[in-house]
Design a protein around this ligand. Structure first.
Ligand code: AMP
Ligand code: MG
Length: 343
């Protein structure tokens, strides 16, 4: 008898509990906290950072403020990571080459990732390429084809394996004469940190584009994946592919992004550390993946490796997909085919 009573009282308890939850929900719907009622707005700004056009678009109740905060994060990182900012940590490492230099964990983290990408690409990606870039004049206003002997001397300073990291004490040491350059990876890092800030603020959707390093958050207002255009390296003003991206990043390295012409040739800024000359063979590499820092370094590395070795590297690196363009030919990695929605 007692048992039966217990059986009957259980559903009643449930009904009471469910009603209570229902009441709370109804109350919540009608008397939502103020910030939930705040209307979602869209804000967008474009600025020049890291010598690159950076564009941030955010949808959120406080979108304008979040765009400003995202730029603040990126500006601070530029002050830390650009070797062209005299007071930056990377500039300090270069100025004091040969001795240990105290830096922040941010700088250590990025150099470590750069070195790992050096290993994974068997030296195609090399963060110590600075002296060679300087001879070509990338990073200054006077660009020229270097004298062969000078190039050879500069190349002797290029070897990412000589960079010493003392993670415990947050110190870095590079050999005397070596010049550290994080240009092939820093844009991705800066975009990643801005995206982290926006995710932390629960924005519904956002797009950050730093000169072709693009990270998206959420989906378009109509619930469809973001569509990201990839430039045609032969005609950079037009888009050759449209990719549908859900919370993924896309990075493009191309010979049209930074170059000068001399003796009827195009000399661009992605250098093959084996020769000291701009890497030949590809016109552009677009990498898609979840980690924009890896995508950024991988795009540069694949570009250096060229058509065949570049394709092999795409297949070797976990989690990334890519489009390679060489002359009239294009290669699209198998996992990317279904993300290309128009061409
Ligand atoms: P990205 O636009 O990401 O392809 O990077 C190009 C930039 O990376 C150049 O402007 C240089 O600062 C740097 N860079 C050029 N060649 C290399 C290389 N072989 N390894 C690493 N960084 C490089
Ligand atoms: Mg890169």
């Amino acid at each position: 008898m007692g048992r039966e009573q217990k059986k009957r009282s259980l559903p009643l308890g449930l009904i009471i509990a469910a009603s209570a939850v229902g009441l709370v929900l109804i109350a919540y719907i009608f008397f939502r906290p103020h910030e939930l009622l705040a209307e979602e707005t869209t804000a967008q700004k474009t600025r020049l950072l890291m010598d690159t056009v950076v564009d941030v678009r955010v949808d959120a109740p406080n979108a304008a403020q979040l765009v400003d905060e995202a730029f603040k994060v990126m500006e601070e990182l530029e002050q830390t990571l650009s070797r062209f900012v005299e007071t930056s940590e990377v500039a300090q490492i270069n100025q004091q080459a040969g001795t240990w230099v105290q830096v922040s964990p941010t700088t250590i983290e990025l150099i470590a990732t750069g070195m790992r990408m050096g290993e994974l690409s068997q030296g195609a990606f090399d963060v110590t390429i600075g002296a060679v870039l300087d001879l070509w004049g990338f990073g200054s206003d006077t660009r020229q084809v270097p004298v062969a002997a000078e190039l050879e001397a500069a190349l002797a300073t290029v070897d990412y394996r000589q960079v010493e990291l003392d993670v415990q004490n947050s110190r870095v040491r590079i050999p005397a004469d070596t010049i550290l350059d994080l240009g092939g990876i820093a844009k991705g890092y800066v975009v990643q940190k801005a995206a982290e800030l926006l995710r932390g603020a629960n924005v519904s959707r956002a797009i950050i584009n730093a000169g072709g390093d693009i990270s998206v958050i959420g989906q378009r207002p109509d619930g469809q994946p973001w569509r990201v255009g990839v430039q045609d390296p032969a005609e950079p003003a037009s888009l050759r592919w449209i990719l549908a991206l859900d919370d993924l990043s896309v990075v493009t390295s191309g010979d049209y992004q930074r170059y000068f012409e001399q003796d009827g040739e195009r000399w661009h800024h992605i250098i093959d550390p084996k020769s000291g000359y701009p890497a030949r063979g590809l016109q552009s590499v677009t990498v898609v993946g979840p980690d924009i820092v890896v995508c950024d370094a991988a795009a540069t590395a694949i570009f250096v490796r060229g058509w065949e070795a570049g394709q092999r590297l795409v297949l070797e690196l976990e989690g990334i997909e890519a489009i390679l363009v060489s002359g009239g030919e294009e290669w699209i990695s198998p996992g990317l085919q279904d993300k290309i929605i128009s061409r």
